[in-house]
Design a protein around this ligand. Structure first.
Ligand SMILES: NC(=O)c1ccc[n+]([C@@H]2O[C@H](COP(=O)([O-])OP(=O)(O)OC[C@H]3O[C@@H](n4cnc5c(N)ncnc54)[C@H](OP(=O)(O)O)[C@@H]3O)[C@@H](O)[C@H]2O)c1
Length: 324
């Protein structure tokens, strides 16, 4: 795992499978962020085809999201709802989560929205470096805020609800060397630390794995939490990265195949709380994640992220769904 040749081999030889025909999601509500296109949309189409009763698409601009009909074509009985969420804005995330808190049930959440910015950009809405803001901070805040409705559903239905965070194999290709400083997250806002090309994007996918593992440690079994590597796929993710887009055209899986990886992680593997799933199988995350340094990084990033939320996105009961 993790070497370029290993990555290439898996890309060329593994073929993601659709969900088995026996998977029946009737009666379930699924919420997917970044669902107006790419892997998120493909996951929604597959969840609908397996009978999901209500599908909520978290998108930046609902007025530009015209995919409802294509999802309903897979399941005419599905209630398809498009909700606004801008992951650069903590206020928007809180509004989105408040709406989710009013749902009677929420069975499956796939936190898929993400950006790959290979240039340093500071988010105007959030104030942090863009990849960090959207991929780590936005995803982490949503994961905490959606725990309430997920846990409530798990307890009512008598089977754990599901939370999947979309990471990447790219997390193998970086270490969190910034962890040595006093305030790692503040350090990541510093342009000097941005690195080159995909370094920062890769780092935020490592943060996804570290966050998922620490969150899993702190949440009891009424929600099964995991992170998924959807493989290297042709999608809009590479729009600002010409070499990535050309390489994806050469060896990338289709967005539908990436979508199969998302639905697999979010509906299969029911006993694998805290797992990293790649090629639709539970795998070890990177050696860094498993190292002593990685475990320290995991706790440090957790603590710093919670402190940042307390300062910038205060919510009185933010940690109320965690084990005490
Ligand atoms: N494609 C790959 O090769 C690959 C490989 C490994 C992991 N992944 C991960 O898979 C996930 C989905 O990516 P994709 O390949 O499907 O790319 P995509 O087609 O670009 O989809 C990304 C989605 O995230 C949304 N998004 C971006 N910034 C956002 C923000 N600030 N607030 C809310 N939503 C935002 C996008 O909305 P807009 O359309 O409005 O921009 C879009 O719906 C990402 O987390 C990515 O890191 C992809």
């Amino acid at each position: 795992m993790g070497s370029f040749w290993g990555f290439l081999y898996r890309q060329l030889t593994f073929k993601p499978r659709p969900l088995p025909a026996t998977v029946d999601l009737q009666g379930m509500t699924a919420l997917v962020t970044g669902a107006n296109g790419g892997l998120g949309l493909e996951a929604c189409l597959e969840l609908a085809a397996h009978g999901a009763s209500r599908i909520i698409l978290g998108v930046r601009d609902p007025s530009k999201c015209d995919v409802t009909k294509s999802i309903q074509a897979k399941n005419p009985n599905a209630d398809v709802q498009v909700w606004q969420v801008e992951q650069e804005s903590f206020a928007s995330i809180k509004e989105f989560a408040d709406r989710a808190a009013s749902l009677d049930t929420l069975d499956i959440v796939i936190l898929n929205a993400g950006v790959k910015s290979v240039e340093y950009v500071k988010s105007t809405k959030g104030g942090h470096e863009l990849n960090t803001q959207v991929n780590h901070l936005g995803t982490a805040l949503l994961s905490l805020l959606l725990l309430g409705p997920l846990r409530k559903t798990g307890a009512t239905v008598g089977a754990p609800a599901r939370l999947t965070i979309v990471s990447s194999e790219n997390h193998f290709w970086v270490k969190l060397k910034e962890i040595k400083g006093p305030d790692t997250l503040a350090h990541l806002d510093d342009k000097e630390t941005f690195g080159k090309d995909m370094d920062r994007y890769n780092l935020t996918k490592l943060l996804n794995v570290l966050w998922m593992r620490e969150l899993s440690n702190r949440v009891s079994g009424d929600v099964i939490i995991n992170a998924v590597n959807p493989g290297f796929c042709r999608s809009g993710l590479h729009r600002g990265h010409a070499s990535g887009a050309s390489f994806a055209n050469m060896i990338g899986w289709t967005a539908a195949q990436g979508g199969h990886c998302l639905t697999d992680a979010a509906t299969q593997h029911p006993r694998d709380h805290g797992a990293y799933i790649s090629e639709q199988t539970v795998k070890s995350p990177s050696p860094f994640v498993l190292s002593k340094e990685g475990q320290n990084a995991q706790v440090k990033i957790w603590n710093e992220t919670i402190e940042l939320f307390e300062r910038e996105a205060p919510v009185s009961d933010l940690l109320s769904n965690l084990k005490t």
